[in-house]
Design a protein around this ligand. Sequence first.
Ligand code: ADP
Length: 620
Amino acid sequence: MDNQKSANLTRSSAGLLTVQHHQAFLAAAIAVSEDAIFSTNVFGEIISWNPACTRMFGYTEIEAARKHISYIIPPDFLQGAELMLGAIAEGEPIDRFETFLLPKNGTPAHVVLSIQPVKDDTGAAIGATMIAYNSSHKNQADEKLGRLAAIIDSSDDAIISKTLAGIITSWNPAAERLFGYTENEAIGKHISLIIPVDRLSEEDIIIAHIAQGLKMDHFETMRITKGGTLVAISVTISPIVNSDGKIIGASKIARDISEHNKAVEKQSVLAAIVNSSDDAILSKTLDGNITSWNKAAEKMFGYTEEDAIGKHISLIIPPERLDEEYYIIGEVKRGRKVNHFHTVRLAKDGRHIPLSLSVSPVMNDKGEVIGASKIARDISEQLAAQERNARLYEQVKVLSAKKDEFIGLASHELKTPLTSILAYLQILMKSVTDTQGQVFLLKANLQVKKVIALIGDLLNVSQIETGKLKLNPERFDICRLITDNIEMVSHTNKKFTIVFESAIKELFITGDPHRIEQVIINLLTNAIRYAPASPKIVIHLYQQDQQIKVGVQDFGNGIAADKLVEIFSKFYRVDDHNTNISGLGIGLFLSQDIINRHNGKIWAESVVGEGSTFWFEIPI
Ligand code: ADP
């Protein structure tokens, strides 16, 4: 049967096929070809289009027919069209020319194109047949290349390839993520798409390198993303060589090193801090081998970084303190810090340096302790200052005790003659009859009493300080004491009205009545002295559980809130309202001591401009 058919074929005399049959065979071959085969006339209009063309470009034969060749050429790659049309017009074949063609889906396809001009019998060009061989399709067909493509696609580094003219020919997903352009947007564009204007010259250098077949490793530079952000990248560029050994392009692997740069920056900031620190900062392994040593450590211990690194930490530990190291390392191994550990370390010149050590564990990524970092502060100065302060404190204490002793002695010595002056004045008052003489004696009497009271207070202060102020407790009626005190104070301050406001008529308590009287008189005379313009004073008395609470209220200028506690300090006086009121600032100090010794408390409440109330509370 087959023989029958083959017999029907017309053959040339040489036994070859006739032109007619030859065409039929060619047509069949073109129809089944894996490569896109199409023809154009001299004007560049498509006049034939095989099924592989439809597969490659997505246009059917009908869609493609009569379209100009530029229809399947990417707009920014029109130099390809010129080349093709030139080849057709000049009737010159082009073999394996790499270019881009534009399929219907819009993603430029990298193809290898061969152009064969067609001439009529007279030798005039009538068009051309082109075979486009899709290089990426071939890659996919190749299993090894397929695997490579998968690696490229899943790589975290941007991987890009380009022709020697700088036209991007491949663009992986990481490149999309890093630079913001999709594969569609990037392929077929010039690489300057991602080069900042001020770095465009770099590209010439890179291409010159590549053209010589040289690789560029870890070239650090900046690129610009679609959004206009500059990214720091480290790029490795290798030449792409075709099967003939010809360099046809370059592949680039770019890694975003912004984060890395930031980390490096942070590290160098840290290093700068460590090096400029006044504290010695060093690190060591868990075996105690020194791994870092800063400038301050050099200064403090006298060993250079070179001397110290690699040595055992016992280099700076006095032999009798080696045990400390076991303790510290033990803590660190358990992930614990050792803070402000006061110890002594040894300098190169044999000096013992008192230190405050803080040691922290150094951990690896997995959280395992791999060493320790130490910060050592020289505390010689601090210790010397502490010692100086302690000595000063002792000296001051001795001086202060001497002063208190002196005040006690002086008060005592002053009090004796003053008491006899007072006695003589009183005798005189009885014998002097003329009125003026009486007035003078009365005034002298009053002033001497004031001096005696002041000296009494001073004596009390010294007794407090030397622990000699004694209480003589007894049972007494506090109501009675208050009324007696009001009478006594009113007698010498006639323009003041002192009111005792209390529901209690009699209340016996245990305490030293003379000392409690001292407190009440103190508070009353203060109320008179510091509120001279408001002549009313009120004394309150309450009983609460087993306590009595006494208040002395005036309606004077009051005391600012921040002074309410301070007024009870020894020799403290509020300077703004005391300018013309004499005093030593010891009345309230004494009162507080007396109340404290009665297991009570004393405090003041005051509103500036409205007046103050001084309260004390003691157990019954
Ligand atoms: P002195 O009255 O001798 O200065 P005190 O210890 O009795 O000493 O009082 C301490 C300070 O408290 C006084 O200097 C005064 O500034 C203030 N002070 C005391 N009582 C009153 C008061 N009732 N009103 C306003 N200020 C007062």
